[in-house]
Design a protein around this ligand. Structure first.
Ligand SMILES: Cc1cc2nc3c(=O)[nH]c(=O)nc-3n(C[C@H](O)[C@H](O)[C@H](O)COP(=O)(O)OP(=O)(O)OC[C@H]3O[C@@H](n4cnc5c(N)ncnc54)[C@H](O)[C@@H]3O)c2cc1C
Length: 448
């Protein structure tokens, strides 16, 4: 490839803060709120003009992983900052009651739908009330690193390039952008290059919800097969999710699956992202046509909205001091350094389908603090879908509930480490756990 040399230039330091959070998805929302509440001057950088991450930008509109089936009874197990978000969403009339999700063999968990508009407003209010300095329209592009510590994040804005310095950094970019720039080890995909397939979400208005629930949802898989067999539609994913939103006649559709001739699309690759947007919109139109023409309850509906961006489930995962595995999830494993819990199944987006493996027994596992600790950068924590997991572990830990839990822990730890002058890795984990419990988090009960 032909190269040119960019002239060296001085960059203004436009802000200095104590804790800098990159990314405003579930992990970043919880991290920034917790860091500020724990007493640190906190700034959050977000490339878009709103918070929520995939929850708003990719229109996920449904919280998974907040609930678990504890010995058969579905209960909320992620609390703390997540409770504040749920309360604010309910106050804005943007939250549906939780619904039970059941596996083919009768195992259960829960999920809960929300409105994107309410989520944007609720999280603005939450972060501002916690005292977080939220900087929208800020694209982080690189880091200045010296002696294993990040000194500054470089940003591009409409006002030009600039730098922001901080004492502690938390990477909640979903793609481990900051960790990668800082030289922390990471993996991307499996050994065969596989990454979970992306989805273009869409929402539908004026659905006959009773009919769709009674006859559409239970027959969806068979109807997709019938639609494909008819030759009238090309529907690459043979099973999907259609569910009502907080306001009954509005539904979301998690149906599309984006690949290049079957190969995974890389959500951290510029060209792949552009391809996926167009292919995602094309598929969404095809699936919507199928819903309207073939699925009971959708005949008088219209497509309300396509997600602003393609939904990316998986890109880089850091290799931290411990990688949470699929076996840890399925065996409901406990950890001495637990900072939260999750009971979401392994949800693996394979070619043409989604494979589910639910947790049996107690129904949830603990999340170790070590999943947020990269091995080679002293003042960095990483939370969310790019935390330290194996690819299998990420198929569960990436959903919103555990991202809130990891984010709250990373934010609290960053503020505590800054106060004590330690690195996050050297922090007294018992003190961190005590603080998290004081702040309402559920970090697990080994007796349950
Ligand atoms: C189609 C789809 C359906 C899903 N369904 C569900 C579901 O029903 N329930 C559920 O709980 N989860 C679901 N998930 C998973 C879940 O939404 C995500 O894994 C979760 O949002 C991850 O949270 P995060 O905070 O780690 O990252 P993200 O949500 O990806 O947030 C990262 C944030 O960082 C910002 N950012 C990234 N890089 C930069 C940069 N360089 N500079 C500035 N800002 C940056 C992004 O704009 C974004 O706001 C789904 C995911 C997809 C894609």
């Amino acid at each position: 490839m032909r190269m040119i040399t960019e002239p060296a230039r001085e960059v203004p330091v436009v802000a200095e803060t104590e804790v800098l959070v990159l990314g405003g998805g579930p992990a970043g929302i919880a991290a920034a709120t917790a860091a500020a509440r724990t007493g640190a001057e906190t700034m959050l950088l977000e490339r878009y003009g709103f918070l929520g991450g995939m929850g708003t930008a990719a229109m996920v509109t449904n919280f998974c992983g907040l609930h678990a089936s504890i010995n058969g009874s579905v209960q909320q197990i992620v609390h703390g900052v997540a409770d504040d978000i749920l309360d604010r969403l309910a106050h804005l009339d943007g939250l549906r009651a939780p619904h039970v999700v059941t596996s083919a063999d009768g195992l259960k968990t829960g999920a809960q739908a929300y409105d994107t508009a309410a989520y944007k407003v609720a999280t603005d209010e939450l972060l501002l009330s916690a005292g977080v300095d939220v900087r929208f329209h800020t694209f982080a592009v690189d880091a200045v690193v010296a002696d294993g510590r990040i000194e500054a994040v470089l940003i591009e804005t409409k006002s030009g390039r600039a730098a922001i310095t901080a004492e502690m950094f938390i990477d909640c970019s979903g793609d481990a952008d900051l960790a990668a720039w800082a030289g922390a080890p990471f993996e991307k995909g499996g050994s065969d290059g596989f990454m979970a397939y992306p989805t273009m979400m869409f929402r539908i208005a004026d659905v006959d919800s009773d009919l769709a629930m009674a006859e559409g949802v239970p027959n969806l898989k068979a109807l997709i097969a019938e639609g494909n067999a008819s030759g009238k539609y090309t529907l690459p994913r043979k099973a999907g999710i259609i569910r009502p939103q907080p306001h009954e006649s509005e539904w979301r559709a998690n149906l599309t699956q984006i690949s290049r001739d079957g190969a995974p699309v890389d959500g951290s690759d510029w060209a792949d992202l552009g391809f996926a947007e167009v292919e995602g919109r094309r598929q969404a139109v095809e699936y919507y046509k199928f819903l309207k023409e073939m699925v009971p309850g959708f005949s008088n509906s219209y497509m309300l909205e396509l997600a602003p961006q393609i939904g990316i489930r998986e890109t880089r995962r850091i290799v931290g001091s411990y990688q949470l595995t699929g076996d840890d999830v399925l065996s409901c494993r406990d950890f001495d350094d637990s900072i939260g819990c999750s009971g979401w199944p392994l949800e693996t987006h394979v070619l043409g389908d989604v494979k589910w493996q639910f947790l049996a027994g107690r129904g949830y596992h603990q999340i170790p603090f070590s999943t947020t600790l990269p091995t080679s950068v002293d003042n960095l924590l990483v939370a969310g879908r790019c935390a330290s997991t194996t690819q299998e572990g990420q198929a569960s830990l990436r959903v919103s509930g555990p991202c809130f839990a990891m984010g709250q822990a990373a934010g609290t730890a960053a503020a505590m480490a800054r106060q004590s002058g330690e690195t996050p890795a050297a922090l007294d984990v018992a003190a961190l756990q005590k603080q998290l419990e004081t702040d309402g988090a559920f970090i697990g009960d080994k007796g349950v």
